[in-house]
Design a protein. Structure first.
Ligand SMILES: [Zn+2]
Length: 148
């Protein structure tokens, strides 16, 4: 499967603009093509872009490469003068707020973690070209089990 298709599985609005392989990591640069977005605080549609910033998010490995997505995320002005927020970032549905990994990568880690001790899980996950610490694995597992 082409990398573009794998990225589109995350979100159809993502466009791959550049791919780069450095050592064991594939960096995939993405834009979002959406021209307007709904304010998450008041629901008003805005097309007034305030700024663009880059988020770096780890995704599932492809073949023998770790994958890092570098996504240009748009920040919009809310055009509703009544709104409690002047600006808002466009939402990315495939990643939790402020998370550094896609939901599908967390799912994958969770699946391995549930079947194994954390040490064995770490080994298996690192063997599959995802760099992750024991603490992160435990954090993801705890969250899934509802301890957090
Ligand atoms: Zn608003």
């Amino acid at each position: 499967m082409e990398i573009d298709e794998l990225i589109k599985e995350l979100d159809k609005k993502l466009i791959v603009i550049k791919k780069e392989i450095l050592k064991d990591t594939m960096y995939v640069y993405c834009d979002t093509y959406k021209k307007e977005t709904q304010c998450k605080y008041c629901g008003t549609i805005s097309n007034s872009v305030h700024s663009i910033y880059q988020r770096t998010i780890s995704d599932l490995p492809i073949q023998k490469y770790k994958v890092k997505l570098l996504i240009n995320v748009k920040k919009y002005f809310c055009i509703n003068p009544e709104c409690s927020h002047k600006t808002f970032a466009e939402p990315l549905n495939f990643v939790e707020k402020n998370a550094l990994r896609t939901k599908r990568l967390d799912e994958y880690i969770n699946k391995i973690g549930l079947k194994n001790s954390s040490l064995e899980a770490k080994k298996q996950i690192n063997d599959s070209h995802v760099n992750i610490s024991n603490n992160t694995i435990l954090r993801i597992l705890k969250k899934k089990k509802g301890f957090n």
